[in-house]
Design a protein around this ligand. Structure first.
Ligand SMILES: [Fe+2]
Length: 381
């Protein structure tokens, strides 16, 4: 089945009905361990530093919450550059060293400067990341490039997503920031109510055309901790029995951005675009590798279309646990100065880890090109 840019009438009817239920009665297990807003950012301490900590290394990347409203995202025809890539990666890896992080997920690459890649190298990057699921590139200059240049690099892969509830560097609303001030103490508050900070998800899966090849780079981080866990959701699909895989095919689920927006409004933060929900297949096919991958996550997936709530909750919980407990299909990426992590949001899930002591800044920037509308191809044994 070819990916469509526009809902079929049947999809849209279901979507609107379920969307209304979700908007009126938020559901699911949405959890915020990293709530950010203008109120949680101490600009003076971040800009000037204090007796306890140094100023932000990249002050032009500090988040600001503009009171601007953006229109709904527009459908577009996605171009998949991984399809044009040379399978032996001559432009990307000829002078580089690549080391797998685990047997089933992730790699680490040294010896190549991403910002210097030609278009053939960029195509190879999309293919490599689709195959490895997540690749940590070390010793990169991304953080020191003009922000516009970094954005243009990422937009080779698709138009940037503008997050509906995120802060952004001044003048660059298309950059998504992950930032906790050095003097932020909310980790202690969080753990007074929750036992862990794990929030497995794929980014903004509630959008009609969620991101594919995605970039996150370190600006400033704690001396230890704040790692990111990734799961290979294609391997998670392959682990299931053929009978179970076959049952999942054809099922679709509603993904909702409403809870994230509700939380942002509840802490007096900004919602820059009205949230939506979208219906996506539970098993999606990667446009380059043809791999099938589980495409559900506890943060944004709310309901299996056509199932009663208890039935939907039961099956979704199994799938969430299957991914979260699969330490044998995951990789833990450690951040270093100069690290750019590139992952394929179509075939992975990830979670940040809030484990470092209060008093250390954690500051990263994400570039988020959108990709095709998720689609599935028929089940095959
Ligand atoms: Fe994320």
């Amino acid at each position: 089945m070819a990916p469509g840019l526009v809902d079929t009438v049947a999809d849209r009817t279901v979507d609107q009905k379920v969307e209304q239920v979700i908007a009126e009665t938020p559901q699911g297990v949405y959890k915020e361990a990293f709530a950010q807003s203008a109120h949680s950012t101490n600009y003076e301490a971040e800009l000037k530093g204090s007796a306890k900590h140094s100023p932000a290394k990249y002050p032009h990347y500090l988040p600001y919450w503009e009171d601007t409203t953006y229109p709904p995202l527009e459908p577009f025809e996605a171009v998949e550059h991984g399809k044009d890539a040379h399978p032996s990666f001559p432009n990307l890896l000829a002078d580089a060293t690549l080391k797998d992080i685990t047997a089933n997920c992730g790699a680490e690459v040294r010896g190549i400067q991403l910002s210097k890649l030609n278009n053939a190298g960029k195509d190879e990057l999309a293919l490599l990341v689709a195959q490895k699921k997540v690749v940590a590139f070390r010793d990169q200059d991304f953080a020191d490039l003009p922000i516009q240049e970094a954005l243009e690099f990422a937009e080779y892969y698709g138009p940037s997503h503008i997050h509906h509830a995120s802060g952004a560097p001044k003048g660059f609303p298309r950059v998504h920031l992950v930032h906790r001030s050095a003097n932020d103490t909310t980790a202690q508050d969080f753990f007074s109510e929750r036992t862990n900070s794990i929030t497995w998800h794929t980014d903004v899966s509630f959008e009609m055309q969620p991101p594919g090849t995605t970039f996150l780079y370190l600006l400033d981080g704690p001396p230890a901790g704040g790692d990111t866990l990734f799961a290979n959701c294609a391997e998670a699909y392959r682990r299931l029995s053929p009978a179970f895989q076959e049952r999942l095919h054809g099922l679709k689920a509603v993904h909702s951005g409403h809870e994230q927006a509700i939380n942002a409004r509840a802490r007096n933060s900004v919602v820059r675009r009205e949230p939506i929900s979208s219906v996506h297949p539970i098993v999606r096919t990667h446009p380059v590798t043809g791999e099938k991958a589980l495409y559900v996550n506890a943060q944004f997936t709310r309901r299996i279309v056509g199932f009663k709530k208890e039935e939907s909750d039961y099956l979704l919980k199994f799938l969430y646990d299957h991914i979260a407990l699969g330490a044998d299909l995951q990789a833990r990426v450690k951040w270093e100065k100069g690290t750019v992590v590139v992952w394929d949001n179509r075939v992975t899930a990830h979670t940040a880890i809030l484990d470092w002591q209060d008093g250390h800044r954690r500051h990263l920037a994400r570039l988020t090109p959108q990709a095709e509308r998720p689609y599935e191809t028929p089940f095959k044994v």
